[in-house]
Design a protein around this ligand. Structure first.
Ligand SMILES: [Cu+2]
Length: 358
């Protein structure tokens, strides 16, 4: 086992937990024991005439001082660990974490890479800077015994250090509908693999959208029309869309959430071509719970648009239709002229376009 700086946190938290549980157990035995013993000893059959007691200074001082000392000792037991948890070691790798109904976004500020899975370099302190764009959330990584609230308008943080491996990440703020669904993974990689991960993500993020067709064509043996890495797309969908639209696009998990299996022509507000869905994802639908997903890269939105369209369109004609829709998207937004940074997607043009109506 690696020697991790944050192993001390694990030991302190577990130590405090066990110590306090044992202390409470002992106190419970003493108190409940006395209760039962007195009930027996002073039962009316044995002790028919109750005594009137008017205070006892000695006793009162004793039962004030002893519990105060116990409480102070409990504070010290917790405080040791608390200090470790609050003190981030120098040179920690920073990840920005945003909680949003109902998913996590992890941003690596040096590279601008964002992901819904928390990738970190192993064996190095990681500082998570927490924020929330709507309600309270709480980032919880049980394996490393760290948990901290994300509070809108307040900067909070936590730190840990991970061994190579995969761990659960939860939202522990159980005061609303779907925090329990904000489940993702912490994946700690050796530094070299982590660097490769960042590079891969940067390529995706800053790739011109036209590169996606290449990926599409290369992988198109049988799976014509699916964009890039299907597992990645499914993971994106599970993270950002499933909680409202359902694992199979059946919809209805929150009120009004569109079923992607509906007859599209009759029911969809914004139309069902890839550019239509792409626009829905970029702008959201005002006044509904369908938010803008402009925190996702254009590639991610594009891939999701394909995936969503795939729920109602099956068969080989799909690729043809998608190809045509894709050409339209590229033309409409001049995506082929955009050398790299997709974040500069011409959103104004899209808004003007929408204002014109269907
Ligand atoms: Cu939450």
């Amino acid at each position: 086992m690696l020697h991790l700086a944050s192993q001390k946190i694990v030991e302190a938290v577990d130590g405090a937990f066990v110590t306090l549980t044992v202390a409470c157990l002992i106190l419970m035995i003493i108190i409940m024991g006395a209760l039962v013993w007195f009930a027996f000893k002073y039962h009316r059959s044995r002790h028919p005439k109750p005594a009137r007691i008017h205070g006892s200074l000695k006793l009162e001082i004793t039962w004030t001082i002893i519990p105060t000392l116990i409480a102070l000792w409990m504070f010290m037991v917790g405080y040791d660990g608390f200090q470790l948890i609050r003190t981030v070691p120098d040179g920690a790798y920073v990840v920005e974490v945003e909680g949003k109904q109902w998913s996590w976004t992890f941003t690596h500020p040096e590279t601008g890479v964002t992901d819904s899975t928390l990738y970190v370099p192993a064996g190095r302190p990681i500082k998570c800077e927490l924020s929330s764009s709507d309600v309270l959330h709480s980032l919880y990584i049980p394996a490393y015994r760290v948990k901290e609230d994300c509070v809108p308008g307040l900067d909070t943080y936590l730190w840990f250090e991970a061994e190579v491996g995969e761990y659960n990440v939860f939202c522990a703020e159980f005061c609303g509908n779907d925090h329990a669904k904000m489940i993702t993974k912490l994946i700690a990689l050796p530094q070299a693999d982590f660097d490769a991960y960042l590079e891969r993500r940067m390529k995706l993020r800053f790739a011109p959208v036209t590169d996606v067709t290449k990926v599409m064509d290369e992988n198109s043996d049988d799976m014509v029309g699916m964009v890039g890495d299907q597992a990645a797309v499914v993971a994106l969908y599970s993270t950002y869309c499933k909680s409202c639209h359902g694992a199979n696009g059946e919809g209805g998990l929150v009120e009004g959430a569109r079923s992607f299996r509906d007859d599209p022509v009759a029911k969809w507000k914004r139309g069902v071509t890839i550019p239509d869905i792409f626009r829905t994802l970029t702008l959201g639908i005002e006044g509904t719970r369908m938010a803008a997903f402009d925190n996702l890269s254009a590639w991610e939105r594009f891939a999701l648009a394909h995936y969503v369209a795939g729920f109602y369109r099956e068969g080989p004609q799909r690729s043809v239709a998608d190809q045509a829709a894709y050409e339209k998207l590229v033309k409409e937004y001049k995506l082929d002229e955009q050398k790299s940074v997709i974040v500069h997607f011409p959103i104004d043009a899209a808004i003007d376009d929408l204002a014109k109506g269907p």
